[in-house]
Design a protein around this ligand. Structure first.
Ligand SMILES: [Zn+2]
Length: 294
């Protein structure tokens, strides 16, 4: 682990985190950015009020980028060749932002809820940013803020989920279905968790073993051998047999041995087969084939 709050010679965590847009306000629970005008905020964050998330018992809390910067530290971990995970402690849901470098440029995936100057400078040093993409609306984070810090790189928002976008901007570009970012890096809409739930397929990743960035679309479990498919993870609402079979079929032909889900949950070997096995397990359970065990 290295901290981007310091550049190489400084001990981790000693330098203050500098926000790109100090006055921008976001939801403290999900970390999604809204805007600078407190009067324009809704009573409750619609993303959190939805059945897939939650508003904390203590009520809705809004927080500025400056406030977040004052209470976090940011860590960057190397996850594989040309692949890093960025974590901003205590910011929003706490996703790991994946940064993937290809010969053509960089993908910023599942952006954190705090865009900071040092991390942006480091990302920019890796190459031109092809796109900033969230796997689904819970992971929008400070996506426009990251774009501001990265030369107005495009923020790709799946049209199937566009109703959840809380901060419109000229850098936001709608897309749907499948989209090739480069010859070796593609977005695919799988749906399930959200209608526009997306994965990024990077066949050259992990040194050619192939990587799937799956967000919450396919969730690697703590056992590191199985995955789950849920409409809501915090509220534990499973998807149907038909939808899970569809998702499994849609990734069956993809080349990937490693899969990274939200929070850096990962399956680092035989991920393709384990996803198919897990889908069969899920389908059997929700169809009642194991009811004798309950
Ligand atoms: Zn929220």
């Amino acid at each position: 682990m290295v901290s981007t709050t310091n550049q190489p010679s400084t001990p981790a965590g000693l330098e203050p985190v500098v926000p790109v847009e100090p006055a921008v306000i976001g939801c403290a629970t999900c970390g999604v950015e809204y805007g600078e005008d407190p009067a324009a905020l809704p009573e409750v964050c619609p993303i959190c009020a939805d059945e897939r998330q939650y508003v904390p018992g203590t009520g809705q809390v809004w927080v500025t980028q400056a406030e977040l910067a004052g209470r976090t530290r940011i860590d960057v971990a190397e996850l594989g060749p040309d692949q890093w995970g960025v974590h901003a402690e205590g910011v929003g849901i706490g996703q790991t932002m994946q940064v993937v470098r290809t010969p053509e440029g960089v993908l910023v995936w599942d952006p954190t809820g705090l865009a900071d100057v040092a991390t942006a400078r480091w990302i920019a040093s890796l190459g031109p940013v092809l796109a900033i993409v969230a796997s689904h609306p819970h992971m929008y984070g400070a996506q426009v803020g990251w774009s501001r810090a990265l030369g107005d790189a495009p923020v790709l928002v799946n049209t199937a989920d566009a109703e959840w976008l809380q901060r419109s901007d000229d850098v936001v570009q709608p897309w749907s279905g499948s989209l090739d970012l480069t010859e070796g890096l593609a977005l695919r809409t799988l749906g399930g968790h959200f209608p526009g739930s997306t994965v990024a397929h990077w066949p050259d990743g992990a040194g050619g073993a192939g990587v799937l960035l799956a967000g919450d679309t396919i969730m690697a479990n703590p056992d590191r051998r199985t995955v789950s498919f849920m409409r809501s993870y915090p509220n534990r609402l499973p998807l149907s047999a038909g939808v899970v079979a569809r998702i499994a079929a849609d990734v069956a032909d993809l080349h990937y041995r490693a899969m990274w889900s939200n929070f850096s949950n990962a399956i680092t070997d035989d991920a393709d087969a384990r996803v198919q096995d897990s889908a069969r397990r899920h389908v059997a359970w929700v169809r009642g084939e194991h009811d004798d065990l309950t």
